[in-house]
Design a protein around this ligand. Structure first.
Ligand SMILES: C[S@@+](CC[C@H](N)C(=O)[O-])C[C@H]1O[C@@H](n2cnc3c(N)ncnc32)[C@H](O)[C@@H]1O
Length: 332
C-alpha cells in the first residue's frame, strides 16, 4: 500500500523527528484521521473496516486523560489497544506519553495502514526515558534491537495471543472497544488480562468486558466510535491486592438472609457461577449496586428475584463480527 505523506505533516519526516508539543500532536493526529477518512486513501482501502469504525480523536484524548487520572502514565508504562484498527490510540499514546505502545488488530489492511502512520510519526526514534537524556540513543537502540519499533501493530486475533502477552510486554494500560466483539473475543481478552494489575478502558453497553477482580474507577459518557456512542468505563484490575474491596473474598461470610436480604443475595450470586455470569452480563461490573433495586422490583422476595435472574437470557449478537472471520496472519 503506497501512500503519500500529507504536506501538513511532511516536515516531521524531513526533520527526522516525532511530533512533540500538544499542538504538533494535534496537527499530526488530525491529519492522519482526515487521511483515513478519504475513501481513496485510508478506510476505503481497508474496505471492510470502513471509516465509521474508529474512535473520534477528541474522544481518544478524553479516554487517555481519564486513564491518566486513574493511573498515571510514567516512563515505565506500556499501552495496548486490543482491536486497534489503524492504530490511532497507540500512536496518540506513544506521542503523548512517549512509552511503548501496541495495537492488536485482525484486519491486515488496517495494520498496514497503521504502520504507515507510525512511520510518518517517526516513532521508531522516540526517546524512551525522558529523565535520562544521555542514555536516550542507547535505550532507543536497545529497544529496537529487542522489540522492533516503539509502536508495534500485530496482525493477529486476541484469541491466539500467548497467555503471558500482557506481562511479556509489561502492559500497564489497555483500551478495548469491546462493545462490538463476539463473546469469544471478549473472553479471550478477559483471560489475557485477569491475572495482572492493569488499568483499562472499555466500552459499556449492557454487557461490558471487565475482569471480575476489577474495580470501576470512572465513566466517560458519549465516547463516539463512528456512528455509535457509548459510555467508556475506566477500571483497575488488582488481582491478589490486599485491598479486598472488590470481590469474592468480601462476601465469604454468609449474611443473615432475613435481616440483610440484599447482602445475602449479593453473597449468594457471587457464589453461583451461572448467576454471577448472568448478573455481570446484565449489569456489568457494578452488578452489586443493582441487586437492591432488583429485589425491590420483585417485592423484596429473594426466591422470585433469583428465579428472574435464572430465567434471564442475554441478547447475544446474531452473527460473528465480520472482522473476526479473516484468516490469522501472524501469531505472536
Ligand atoms: C470498533 S474498531 C475500534 C478501532 C480502534 N480501537 C479505535 O477505537 O479507533 C474494532 C476493531 O477491532 C478489530 N477486531 C475485532 N475482533 C478482533 C479480534 N478477535 N482480534 C483482533 N482484532 C479484532 C476489528 O477488526 C476492528 O478494527
Amino acid at each position: 500500500m503506497d501512500q503519500l505523506i500529507p504536506e501538513e505533516i511532511a516536515h516531521f519526516l524531513r526533520e527526522r523527528r516525532s511530533p512533540k508539543s500538544d499542538e504538533e500532536i494535534d496537527l499530526f493526529m488530525e491529519t492522519i484521521v482526515r487521511h483515513y477518512h478519504k475513501p481513496d486513501r485510508g478506510a476505503g482501502l481497508v474496505g471492510v473496516g470502513g471509516s465509521d469504525a474508529v474512535t473520534h480523536y477528541k474522544d481518544i484524548k478524553r479516554v487517555i486523560l481519564e486513564m491518566d487520572k486513574v493511573s498515571k502514565f510514567t516512563s515505565r508504562s506500556a499501552f495496548v489497544d486490543f482491536g486497534s484498527g489503524p492504530g490511532f490510540f497507540p500512536i496518540y499514546v506513544a506521542l503523548k506519553h512517549r512509552i511503548p505502545c501496541y495495537g492488536i488488530e485482525s484486519q491486515p489492511q488496517s495494520v498496514e495502514l497503521g504502520r504507515i502512520y507510525l512511520k510518518w510519526a517517526f516513532l521508531e526514534n522516540l526517546d524512551l526515558d525522558p529523565r535520562t537524556p544521555d542514555q536516550w540513543k542507547e535505550q532507543d537502540m536497545k529497544w529496537n534491537r529487542e522489540h522492533g519499533p516503539l509502536v508495534l501493530f500485530h496482525a493477529s486475533y486476541f484469541e491466539v495471543l500467548r497467555k503471558d502477552w500482557i506481562p511479556h510486554r509489561s502492559i500497564t494500560h489497555l483500551v478495548t472497544y469491546d462493545a462490538v466483539y463476539i463473546p469469544d473475543a471478549m473472553n479471550a481478552i478477559r483471560r489475557l488480562v485477569k491475572p495482572y494489575a492493569v488499568t483499562g478502558a472499555t466500552s459499556k453497553k449492557n454487557a461490558s468486558f471487565l475482569p471480575r477482580t476489577a474495580i470501576e474507577q470512572a465513566r466517560i459518557p458519549s465516547v463516539r466510535v463512528g456512528h455509535s456512542s457509548f459510555t467508556f468505563v475506566i477500571w483497575k484490575n488488582e488481582p491478589g491486592g490486599d485491598q479486598g474491596s472488590s470481590s469474592e473474598e468480601e462476601n465469604d461470610t454468609e449474611p443473615d438472609k432475613k435481616t440483610q436480604k440484599t447482602s445475602w443475595l449479593v453473597w449468594y450470586i457471587s457464589h453461583d457461577e451461572a448467576l454471577l455470569a448472568t448478573a455481570e452480563e446484565r449489569f456489568g461490573a457494578e452488578w452489586r449496586a443493582q441487586v437492591g433495586t432488583l429485589l425491590a422490583n420483585h417485592g423484596l422476595d429473594i426466591d422470585k428475584t433469583i428465579l428472574w435472574l435464572e430465567g434471564y437470557r442475554t441478547t447475544r449478537r446474531k452473527g460473528p463480527d465480520r472482522h473476526t472471520m479473516l484468516p490469522v496472519i501472524n501469531k505472536s
